[in-house]
Write a protein that binds this ligand. Structure first.
Ligand SMILES: NC(=O)c1ccc[n+]([C@@H]2O[C@H](COP(=O)([O-])OP(=O)(O)OC[C@H]3O[C@@H](n4cnc5c(N)ncnc54)[C@H](O)[C@@H]3O)[C@@H](O)[C@H]2O)c1
Length: 333
């Protein structure tokens, strides 16, 4: 299939584009580079610089290509910032996604894979299942839930077939067969625990902060489910192929089903890097749940997806390989 990958110069999109190519699909990446990196674009993919908010550019894009499907990663992703700048998130995530959906509709492209998030859930169940109650704690999560609602209605009344994939905490780096890191995490600003932690042994940060030590968990720190970007990528390939085979609506959690506490993440980072760096205990941040772990049973049953990276030590080793090879991130900044 020929897949349009919006946001394909970003972290998860670039890894997934690589997997689409390796599975024999044709890939066109469309990214404004507002957050992405030219260096992340895999060889073999076509690249067009553009914004999904630009309806005229989307018309030209869809007229000049025969896309079978769209994998839609383009978004702003920082929950914390979304609570300061709600309009930025509603505009780029909701309004601009609607612009993309309208262009797909105009040009008769009816297959979509959408990057949703664990941040849409209100559920405190462990593990979280797809039918658990939703109720986002941030504007970012709300923007993703609003998109899921739009997808539902485009499916009901306009023939859109889609997969909404709800990622838990994306992490790790993609290594080539010879172990050389090829794609990794490079967000600005960085807000994710693993890259922030690794900045300490890299000498880029004095200490890692632990926000809250009185959560209802075995060591008092929050527990999260870390899912490797290659596992996210392989789920997208399965979803694409299921859409190609006629599946019309899929909603799946993507996590590795196992939780790690903040202290455990830091300990694994000390172990993998072999550096005993400091951590500073601090107050809780508002809006953090005690435990967020995915049940990915549904996608396992339906599509046979299974995460390959379940041990945090293996995940951390890929991230460390990337950050030591590219301590400043991609070279195109
Ligand atoms: N990283 C995570 O842990 C995580 C977890 C859950 C869901 N997600 C979702 O996965 C997707 C990818 O996340 P990521 O970590 O790769 O983020 P990222 O910031 O690395 O990638 C997003 C890409 O989208 C591009 N982009 C943003 N707005 C655009 C626009 N209007 N037009 C064109 N391009 C635009 C950016 O330049 C960037 O390359 C996002 O939709 C995010 O909400 C990520």
């Amino acid at each position: 299939m020929h897949v349009l990958v919006t946001g394909g110069a970003g972290y998860v999109g670039s890894a997934t584009a690589t997997y689409f190519l390796n599975a024999g699909h044709q890939v066109t990446i469309y990214d404004s580079l507002v957050k992405g990196h030219v260096g992340a674009i895999p060889p073999g993919a076509s690249f067009i610089k553009g914004d999904i908010g630009d309806a005229g550019a989307l018309d030209i894009l869809f007229q000049s290509n025969d896309f079978d499907a769209v994998a839609h990663f383009a978004a702003f992703i920082e929950a914390g910032e979304s609570m300061q700048l709600p309009g930025k998130y509603f505009h780029n995530n909701v309004v601009n996604t609607h612009n993309l959906l309208a262009a797909m509709h105009r040009h008769d492209v009816n297959k979509l894979i959408f990057s949703s998030t664990a941040g849409i859930y209100a559920s405190k169940n462990t593990p979280i299942e797809e039918n658990d109650p939703v109720g986002p704690a941030s504007v970012y999560g709300e923007s993703k839930l609003m998109i899921e609602r739009m997808l539902y209605w485009y499916h009901q009344v306009a023939g859109l077939n889609y997969a909404a994939l709800r990622y838990f905490n994306a992490c790790g780096a993609m290594l080539a067969a010879d172990g050389v890191p090829v794609r990794g995490e490079d967000h600005d600003p960085e807000t994710h625990l693993i890259p922030l932690t690794l900045q300490v042994p890299l000498g880029q940060r004095d200490a890692i902060y632990i926000y809250g030590t009185d959560y209802q968990t075995h060591d008092g720190t929050c527990i999260r489910d870390y899912v490797h970007i290659e596992d996210l990528a392989s789920a997208h390939v399965l979803a694409l192929e299921a859409l190609g085979a006629g599946r019309n609506r899929m909603i799946y959690n993507l996590g590795n089903g196992r939780g790690y506490s903040v202290r455990e993440v830091i300990d694994v980072a000390r172990d993998v890097t072999n550096i005993d760096f400091p951590a500073t205990e601090s107050e809780r941040r508002p809006g953090d749940n005690d435990i967020l772990i995915a049940s990915s049973e549904q996608i396992n049953q339906d599509l046979g997806w299974e995460p390959r990276f379940t041990d945090l030590k293996d995940i951390m080793a890929t991230a460390w390989a990337w950050h030591t090879a590219y301590p400043q991130g991609y070279e195109d900044k």
